[in-house]
Ligand binder design. Structure first.
Ligand code: PAF
Length: 282
């Protein structure tokens, strides 16, 4: 496995593969890798001849009061996991390499509609930072396929829409969320949780599962969402949102069948997100 900290080195390493017609897969990450990330590498491996993973804690997608400085940086461990996980090349740029003019003067990619509301509502500018850096990574690596986790459902929708709108010749692969036995979705931010909070954190998926059962049986949506919020609060969460949307994140209408519950909630200072797809009784 080769590690490249410069854009030119990475491009030179990819050139012979591209010329040989090999399929290139990209897994963009912010490091602190867990089994969820390794599932992305595995999915890329299954579809591609060459797998590139980027590790970059992207300052552009963090708000002023968010956890950029404390975000876990575990490069040595990450490289060991990627080597064992079958990754071929790793790209490890710095903020100065990615944003040489500084972030205030950076050209931005803004994806309308799907970036608004949900996490976009509570983290203003977050998805502009995500779509901008992902577009840069796409331009640098020029992958055939790029893999993203379904846990970040809105992020996946934003990237799919960006790829469509900008006519990028890249297949976007959504990879199912990897969970602990308790149901807690794996996330780099789980490391911030105390043992007690970790036990409570599984109630986020548990609450969504209870709502799914009720909604699939035909219960009233607004009543269920209200009860879901109450149940999260009782468990010790401070909910940010709990919503039901159509799979493309548009609002649910009387004819929507396939839908998705999306939630974000804080446990202490840790913000967790999760989602669960369902079929509405109609
Ligand atoms: O999901 C993440 O880890 C990040 O948002 C991503 C896609 C690597 C962009 O920085």
């Amino acid at each position: 496995m080769n590690i490249h900290a410069s854009i030119q080195d990475l491009r030179e390493a990819l050139l012979p593969h591209r010329r040989a017609g090999r399929r290139i897969g990209l897994v963009p990450t912010m490091g602190n890798l867990h089994r969820g990330h390794l599932a992305l590498v595995e999915a890329a491996r299954a579809q591609c001849d060459v797998v590139v993973t980027s590790i970059f804690v992207n300052p552009l997608q963090f708000g002023p009061n968010e956890d950029l400085d404390n975000y876990p940086r575990t490069l040595d461990d990450d490289l060991t996991k990627l080597r064992e996980g079958g990754c071929d090349l790793v790209f490890t740029p710095t903020p100065a390499l990615m944003y040489p003019r500084g972030m205030a003067n950076q050209t931005l990619v803004q994806v309308p509609e799907v970036s608004e509301g949900l996490c976009g509502g509570s983290r203003p500018g977050h998805f502009d930072g995500v779509s901008t850096v992902v577009n840069m990574l796409f331009n640098i690596v020029q992958p055939d396929v790029a893999c993203f986790g379904e846990k970040d459902y809105q992020q996946l929708a934003v990237i799919r829409r960006m790829v469509q709108d900008l006519h990028l010749p890249i297949d976007i692969l959504g990879v199912p969320t990897v969970r602990e036995a308790s149901g807690l979705a794996l996330s780099s931010r789980n490391g911030y949780l105390s043992d007690e909070q970790r036990a409570t954190a599984a109630r986020l998926q548990g609450t969504l599962a209870e709502l799914r059962t009720a909604l699939e049986a035909g219960a009233d949506i607004d009543t269920q969402l209200h009860q879901g919020l109450e149940s999260l609060r009782r468990a010790g969460f401070e909910p940010d949102y709990l919503e039901l949307r159509a799979l493309d994140l548009s609002n649910v209408t009387a004819t929507t069948h396939d839908a998705i519950l999306l939630a974000a909630a804080r446990l202490g200072t840790t913000r967790l997100i999760d989602n669960l797809a369902l079929t509405l009784a109609r």
